[in-house]
Design a protein around this ligand. Structure first.
Ligand SMILES: Cc1cc2nc3c(=O)[nH]c(=O)nc-3n(C[C@H](O)[C@H](O)[C@H](O)COP(=O)(O)OP(=O)(O)OC[C@H]3O[C@@H](n4cnc5c(N)ncnc54)[C@H](O)[C@@H]3O)c2cc1C
Length: 402
């Protein structure tokens, strides 16, 4: 019997395989796809995982060719730009990397350390007893002492293990597309007349125009409604753009089109007997930027515990701490991303006022006139304000901390 079988060769399953192999096991990863996915899903990693990958000596390879790697200069919290510039000790790290490249590097690492990745095997059934777990595959049968479902939001392992996945499904749909642009000269944010780079709001929905690499425009359309039964086509995408901004756009040749509906869900349990969940199989967040951080750090948390138990170093009770430690983290990320989604969607002038107020930079210093009027608030330009109001330098005025 094998020690650990991981279902799903997405980023989380691959990370888990690498970590287990690093700890001395020979895990097996099963994936139903015959080939690795080339879908351009995540554009980067943010948070604790960046530091952890640094501890593993992987940041050099991952950051090669990256548009950005380092302390985050800011974060779009529900489209409210949080600015961290000037905070040299900012602990939030950011690494821009396309998901297919991340998966390639994690695959190479896992294989180099001794994990085995078997593609073209779909898990269809699961049964467990006191000794281990038996998986029914599209290609036969497999057995291991522990199974980890890293098989994404529609997790078969989660369903077969009888773990509920409560939460909500958004009433808005998002169409996302990458378009080839004929660009010359240095890389620039996309410019389309009458529209801003980033998100543009209209009464009918929201349109995103951005780019993360030269020659590729990323466009997104959010609106209430449903997605087509089949794949999103160029015509369907164009029609959605027209509904939201009332005109056509010169987007360019489509490279990749997709349609998604955001969900906010958290697995009721992270463990059922000898079966564990990690990554999107355990949680889906309704706003971007957190999923890989939470999922990959789950993999790191579970791996050393499984290895320590399987290598006979600690009692199996240690495995209970996986859910105890990690589910509250995902619950917190779910609350954060629900708040972001609510902030982003708040409609009309009320929503505009909410976002504008929250986007105001905090004032480090206030300049208060003798009549109580706040003559100046901020982090720069104090001397100028003092001269304007008092015809004197800042030494002559009372500056009070905010
Ligand atoms: C457009 C888009 C943009 C995103 N941007 C970001 C971002 O910037 N930052 C971020 O952190 N996250 C982002 N995400 C989310 C991120 O892509 C996911 O969180 C991540 O892919 C989850 O990884 P995973 O390994 O848990 O699952 P998945 O990547 O879904 O992998 C699951 C794997 O399991 C396999 N599988 C499924 N069922 C079975 C079965 N029955 N038998 C065998 N194999 C099976 C699948 O073939 C797949 O390979 C984005 C997602 C999308 C769609």
């Amino acid at each position: 019997m094998d020690d650990v079988m991981i279902v799903g060769a997405g980023p989380v399953g691959l990370m888990l395989a690498g970590e287990l192999a690093l700890a001395g096991l020979r895990p097996i990863v099963l994936d139903k796809r015959p080939e690795p996915s080339e879908l351009p899903k995540a554009n980067g990693l943010a948070g604790q995982i960046v530091e952890l990958l640094g501890h593993r000596g992987l940041l050099g390879d991952l950051a090669e060719g990256s548009g950005f790697a380092g302390p985050a200069p800011g974060f779009p919290f529900g489209q409210v730009p949080l600015r961290f510039a000037g905070h040299d000790d900012m602990p939030l790290r950011l690494l821009l990397i396309q998901q297919p490249r991340l998966e390639r590097l994690l695959t190479e690492r896992a294989a180099r350390l001794g994990a085995e990745i078997r593609r073209g095997h779909e898990v269809l059934g699961l049964a467990q007893d006191e000794e281990g777990v038996t998986l029914e595959l599209s290609t036969g049968r497999a057995r291991a002492r522990y199974v980890v479902g890293c098989d994404g939001g529609h997790s078969t392992v989660r369903a077969l293990a009888g773990i509920g996945f409560p939460g909500t499904t958004d009433d808005e749909v998002l169409r996302l597309g990458h378009f080839a642009r004929d660009e010359q000269g240095p890389f620039q944010a996309p410019r389309v007349e009458g529209l801003e780079p980033g998100w543009n709001r209209t009464p009918a929905g929201r349109l995103l125009l951005t780019s993360l690499r030269p020659g590729v425009l990323i466009a997104g359309v959010r609106e209430r409604g449903t997605l087509p039964g089949g794949p999103v086509t160029p015509d369907d995408f164009r029609a959605a753009v027209r509904r939201v901004i009332g005109r056509d756009l010169p987007l360019g040749e489509p490279i990749w089109l997709s349609g998604t509906v955001a969900q906010a869900r958290l697995a009721e349990r992270y463990r059922a007997g000898r079966v564990f969940l990690a990554g999107d199989a355990a949680h889906l967040f309704p706003a971007g930027g957190s999923a890989l951080n939470v999922g990959l750090t789950e993999a790191a948390n579970l791996a050393w515990k499984l290895a320590a138990v399987l290598l006979g170093r600690v009692p199996a009770g240690l495995l209970d701490t996986y859910e105890e430690e990690r589910r509250p983290v995902a619950a917190r990320a779910l609350a954060q991303t629900r708040a972001q989604a609510a902030l982003e969607r708040a409609p009309g002038q009320d929503g505009d006022a909410l976002r504008a107020l929250l986007a105001e930079p905090p004032a480090d210093v206030l300049l208060v006139r003798p009549d109580g009027y706040v003559a100046w608030a901020g982090t720069g330009g104090l001397a100028e304000a003092a001269r304007a109001w008092f015809s004197a330098g800042p030494a002559a005025v009372r500056a009070s901390p905010a």
